[in-house]
Design a protein around this ligand. Structure first.
Ligand code: SF4
Ligand code: SF4
Length: 430
């Protein structure tokens, strides 16, 4: 793609990266059929190629972006399906992240929208505040129709029951069963440990059963993805620095073989810390080290062995790929293989893989598109669930789990909960 950046613009390393990325795009359009928002709207401006043009125009012109550009950047899910489809290697992830940051700094949103975005970042990333917010949302459920679409969608997404977490984000060591083969740091996540603490509980049971010592390190908190995806890069960098410092302290004092993440969205973010700090001399090397140590839980299991399977008559399950796992981290086969090794029959969702509409805080900020995508995905799941006698839907990301749970009678679980159950743990949901 031809670009018209000035020498002055190119002197900004981030802008230079954007230009290099843009020049890789050959307009082929291979990315279009993979894009959920394009498949719903049929509008080129809602496609990856369309957004690339709009963003290029915004950056070349500089100054405040017009409303049309902001609308089409906001409506992108950051699902990264376009990146998997692109034959030219356009890094859409870094491209859209920078565009969102640019919009955040050059566009004045309406007061309510600004407030909502700030509220989301502050609430979801602070466990105690998030718990209070969910309790308020539960009380407000009967009155949700009196609020606008965004607020009523937020209220309806809030779970009616919240289980108290048996394990908290406080520093703690969970010893390995038998001979210790590894010492791993676990990211507990901010929203996940409030919404579904059983995912971390199952992870700890499974890993310790596999002979790993699991460490929850003091100071590790939100990975920064939520802030990053709405353009608040400074908040995301602060969260990342706090985590990097805390994990490196653990690494230096007692050793860490890996950092384990069971929320795919957080995993994609932490693996990208190296890129986030590539121009920061103080954090470049540290961030690279943390990204190198990071594994999704399914990758770690692949490097070792599942414990002995103790369950019999495992039910059939449907597996949904979280975008951040399949596109963000290129992990597709591993979760399926583990589920099959644990004795589950894996039923595939028919048709092309598409996002469920969760996408971080997307379902809260863009409820119309998010609900449409959820309904489309659930319709396809419905086509195979009855004929295959499936009552469980598994996925590897808390966002997808909550999104589906708000629209189906199937039991929606995290893959690790099934693996733990099959190898001697508790039956989900518990
Ligand atoms: S990230 Fe997803 S929604 Fe955004 S342009 Fe790419 S495919 Fe479309
Ligand atoms: S597939 Fe890649 S090269 Fe082709 S239009 Fe999309 S982004 Fe550009």
């Amino acid at each position: 793609m031809k670009t018209n950046f000035t020498a002055d613009q190119r002197s900004n390393p981030l802008m230079a990266m954007m230009e290099e990325n843009l020049r890789k795009c050959v307009h082929c359009g291979f990315c279009l059929p993979s894009c959920p928002t394009y498949s719903v709207s049929g509008d080129e401006r809602e496609s990856p190629r369309g957004r690339i043009y709009l963003i290029k125009d915004m950056l070349e012109r500089e100054g405040a972006p017009n409303k049309e550009i902001v609308t089409h950047i906001d409506s992108c899910l950051s699902c990264l399906a376009c990146m998997s489809a692109c034959p030219s290697g356009v890094n859409y992830q870094h491209y859209i992240d920078y565009a969102r940051h640019y919009v955040e700094n050059h566009h004045q949103r309406r007061g309510f929208e600004r407030f909502m975005r700030m509220l989301l970042v502050y609430t979801i990333t602070h466990a105690k505040v998030f718990k209070i917010a969910l309790k308020v949302a539960k009380l407000a459920k009967p009155f949700s129709r009196f609020f606008g679409l965004k607020i009523s969608n937020m209220i309806s997404m809030a779970p009616t029951k919240l289980k108290t977490a048996e394990i908290t984000n406080e520093a703690r060591i969970y010893p390995a069963e038998g001979i210790r083969i590894k010492r791993v740091g676990l990211l507990m996540g901010c929203a996940q440990n409030v919404l579904r603490p059983s995912v971390n509980e199952a992870t700890i049971r499974l890993l310790t059963r596999m002979g790993m010592e699991v460490v929850v390190s003091d100071g590790v908190g939100c990975c920064g993805a939520l802030s990053h995806h709405i353009g608040k890069n400074d908040i995301a960098r602060d969260s990342a620095k706090t985590n990097i410092d805390a994990w490196l302290k653990e690494f230096d004092q007692r050793g860490l073989d890996n950092i384990i993440i069971n929320a795919a969205g957080c995993g994609t973010e932490v693996k990208d810390y190296a890129y986030m700090f590539k121009d920061d001399p103080a954090y470049k090397g540290k961030a690279q080290k943390i990204s190198d140590l990071t594994r999704d839980i399914s990758e770690l299991i692949s490097e070792h062995q599942l414990p002995t399977v103790k369950l019999s008559n495992q039910p059939n399950i449907i597996y949904h790929d979280a975008c951040s796992l399949i596109h963000g981290q290129g992990i597709r086969l591993e979760p399926r293989e583990h589920l099959k090794s644990a004795g589950f029959e894996v039923v595939e969702i028919p048709g092309r893989h598409f996002c469920c509409g969760s996408a971080g805080s997307y379902n809260l900020l863009q409820p119309t598109m998010a609900n449409e995508l959820k309904d489309r995905r659930l319709a396809l799941i419905g086509e195979v669930s009855d004929s295959n006698k499936v009552s469980i839907l598994a996925t590897g990301n808390i966002g997808c789990l909550m999104q589906f749970a708000s629209g189906t009678d199937l039991q929606v679980v995290h893959t690790v909960e099934l693996l733990d159950w099959a190898t001697g743990g508790l039956k989900p949901p518990y």
